[in-house]
Ligand binder design. Structure first.
Ligand SMILES: [Zn+2]
Length: 284
């Protein structure tokens, strides 16, 4: 019996079993404009631009997803090679596939993404961004003018938004979580007020025809960004009001944000975690 248990444990803890959470995940592509796709799978949403100059990919999900991503790209781009990978920020569910997918490609990211990944001894050197910037960068590929804009520290201190202006598409990275409380990584330089400001800025810069690729959640648009901004403003105002009433953090957590915002609660950023984020923002 004990032996059996040991064998079962061994199987459960083997790398193969750990990788199994990706076993049933498909990489699905939605064409947003000719040759421009949003790709989903496990981890952050990706964008791919295909054409005669090769593939430009935005974000790389997890290393375990690399084979499936590659297979989907091969299908979409008819064997064209990946030329450029852009990382919107340093989180593992956006850069995990870097080394496997793009060891021979240009990998572009904010200066701080390279710094943070370099400091991580587990991150493979061949997956490090090899072209970094901290302001704005223009790429000309496949007939598109693609603009990478470094944002003020918001989700992290190395956030980039990727604009495909002529196709009216923008990839927000994790500066947009569609229909759910966003993650503000304050341990990595993230800031709630800045996150809100970036959301407002993008709303001002796009029109209703724009398609917005969020870091997580479904493809959205200007109206989706407005809903997100409204949620951030309303829930922050609520926590501010609680503070004015003299409530402690524990009392705020106890009272909650109310029925209206329940649908935004999810496994990673629960209502409790969101209240903690807002409470921290009150102290800034
Ligand atoms: Zn992230």
């Amino acid at each position: 019996m004990r032996l059996l248990l040991a064998i079962v444990l061994l199987i459960l803890l083997s790398p193969k079993a750990l990788a199994d959470r990706f076993a049933d995940v498909q990489v699905d592509a939605t064409e947003l404009a000719p040759g421009l796709y949003m790709l989903t799978g496990a981890g952050g949403n990706m964008a791919a631009l295909t054409g005669k100059d090769g593939i430009l990919l935005v974000d790389a999900q997890f290393a375990e997803m690399a084979g499936k991503i590659e297979a989907r790209l091969n299908e979409l781009a008819e064997g064209q090679a990946l030329q450029v990978l852009v990382n919107t920020h340093f989180h593992g569910d956006h850069v995990g596939g870097n080394a496997k997918l793009a060891a021979d490609s240009r990998i572009i990211a904010h200066d701080n993404v390279r710094k943070r990944l370099q400091a991580d001894s587990n991150f493979p050197a061949e997956g490090l961004p090899n072209l970094t910037f901290n302001d704005q960068l223009s790429l000309h590929m496949n007939g598109h003018h693609i603009v990478l804009t470094a944002m003020q520290p918001s989700h992290t201190d190395g956030d980039t938004i990727v604009w495909f202006h002529d196709a009216k598409v923008v990839h927000m990275g994790d500066l947009m979580f569609e229909g759910r409380f966003p993650f503000v990584d304050t341990n990595a330089g993230g800031n709630f007020q800045a996150y809100k400001a970036v959301t407002r800025l993008v709303i001002e810069r796009i029109d209703d025809d724009f398609q917005v690729i969020p870091g997580h959640g479904a493809l959205t648009n200007r109206a989706g960004l407005k809903r997100e901004l409204q949620m951030m403003e309303a829930t922050f105002a609520k926590v501010k009001q609680y503070q004015a009433e003299g409530l402690s953090l524990d009392a705020m957590l106890e009272r909650g944000l109310g029925e209206e915002w329940q649908a935004w609660h999810w496994s990673f950023i629960t209502e409790e975690r969101w209240i903690r984020t807002l409470y921290q923002a009150l102290q800034d």
